[in-house]
Design a protein around this ligand. Structure first.
Ligand code: AMP
Ligand code: MG
Length: 419
């Protein structure tokens, strides 16, 4: 693995107790990041969503031969100077061209996509022809050259049809198939390890003891990672013990491009994540002016990028979507675009203290009369995972915003494609 997370002195530990805005934090995270190096060759059928490592050029023209864009009749336009009646001498089927040579006053019946005989230069659609046995009469005269598709109209031989860095979609895969390209070189997928910290965490299947709760974070993380098409490695639950945390971090760093942890990132007596990261790697910052998700450790252990997310389930999801997701997209080699954000009218009053940017959970709806409307899911504390499950969008409230009455226009970020 090559170093991708080089930290400038400015981003190293200079503001360990500073409070960053969401935008500053994103900038610090993303600025030093580069895509993973290393490629793999994949069959087209496995390549959806992957990032092309090298450009693709067309080896030949598509279409490769002149063909009809309509079912009809092919002939030489100049012949119409004598008569608009033509003698049909054969048929050109798609995949089975007419083998003969057309003479003056002759035409062939032709199907869409079939090869146009070399002597013909025009196709008339069958709707504009009257037929009597093997003789046809044109009821309308087409332009010379009508209804013919030419070689190279889609792609010329040598055209650069897909650039390196392209995220392959369904159309791209069809394009590659039309060029008879069976395999493509794509960037390898980033390897992402994740673990939960906390002595109180129990795995599902085990009975809960007093003071325990089930670990949900690894399930939300795994699912959000799967949306991003990375290789995942679930490292389980690590106890709130500095030695155990350290061993788990070193193990993860030796095999992953990115390690994501949840919990233990604050300043409680059982919070060992930030200190461990400081001992064996680099911490670039750990507090942000946002809610939920105020504490967040970011840094690296050698070549392994590190995110220590807060423990509360909603905070995990919000910080993942805002910070880890764009970092992963960058590692994947995807061009970054901002999450789609637009305005909606709030149907419910929104409670907000000025000071931190908030990502509240909302339920967005749309109708023709009122346009986009959004309602709060209710209580917004970060342990209420059900609020994320009920919501279909974030309501984004800027730092300085306070309580808002119903009817106010607010910004929303829909969850489509994120969860
Ligand atoms: P921490 O950041 O470790 O102080 O955890 C904050 C809160 O999140 C505590 O109430 C934890 O019990 C809870 N929490 C931490 N990790 C998880 C997890 N993996 N699943 C569910 N809740 C968690
Ligand atoms: Mg904890």
């Amino acid at each position: 693995m090559t170093a991708r997370t080089t930290m400038t002195p400015e981003t190293c530990d200079t503001v360990p107790t500073g409070v960053l805005s969401v935008e500053q934090a994103r900038e610090r995270i993303l600025a030093p990041l580069r895509p993973v190096s290393g490629t793999e060759r994949l069959n087209l059928r496995q390549a959806l969503g992957r990032i092309l490592a090298v450009e693709v050029r067309a080896g030949f023209a598509v279409p490769s031969y002149r063909n009809a864009s309509m079912d009809g009749y092919a002939f030489t336009h100049a012949d119409l100077a004598h008569s608009r009646s033509l003698q049909q001498v054969g048929i050109s089927w798609a995949g089975q061209p007419y083998a003969g040579v057309l003479k003056t006053g002759e035409c062939v019946r032709i199907m869409t996509g079939a090869m146009v005989p070399a002597q013909a230069d025009t196709v008339q659609m069958q709707e504009n022809v009257s037929i009597e046995g093997m003789r046809i009469t044109l009821t309308a005269i087409p332009e010379p050259g009508a209804n013919i598709r030419h070689p190279g109209e889609d792609m010329q031989a040598g055209d650069r049809v897909l650039q390196a860095g392209r995220k392959l979609n369904a159309a791209d895969l069809g394009l590659l198939a039309s060029l008879a390209i069976p395999e493509v070189d794509v960037l390898r997928r980033p390897r992402v390890a994740f673990l939960s910290t906390g002595d109180e965490l129990q795995g599902i299947g085990q009975p809960l003891q007093p003071g325990q709760l089930y670990d949900s974070n690894r399930y939300t993380l795994q699912a959000m990672l799967e949306q991003l098409g990375v290789e995942t490695c679930d490292l389980g639950v690590v106890h709130d013990d500095p030695e155990a945390v350290r061993a788990a971090f070193l193990d993860a760093a030796s095999r992953a491009d990115l390690l994501i942890t949840s919990g233990g990132v604050s300043v409680g007596d059982a919070d060992h994540v930030t200190n461990t990261l400081r001992e064996i790697g680099t911490v670039s910052f750990w507090r942000m002016a946002m809610k939920p998700g105020k504490p967040l450790a970011h840094g690296n252990i050698g070549d392994c990028l590190f995110f220590g997310l807060p423990g509360n389930p909603v905070s995990v999801m919000v910080t993942f979507l805002l910070f880890v997701r764009p970092a992963i997209l960058t590692l994947r080699g995807e061009p970054l675009t901002a999450l789609p954000e637009f305005s909606a009218t709030t149907l419910t009053p929104l409670c907000k203290e000025p000071g931190r940017k908030e990502y509240q959970r909302g339920i967005l709806s749309h109708n023709r009369q009122q346009g986009y409307q959004v309602g709060s899911t209710g209580k917004q504390e970060s342990h209420l995972l059900r609020s994320m499950s009920q919501a279909n969008c974030f309501i984004v409230l800027e730092r300085e915003t306070g309580d808002l009455p119903a009817g106010t226009r607010v910004q929303v970020i829909p969850f489509d494609g994120l969860l």
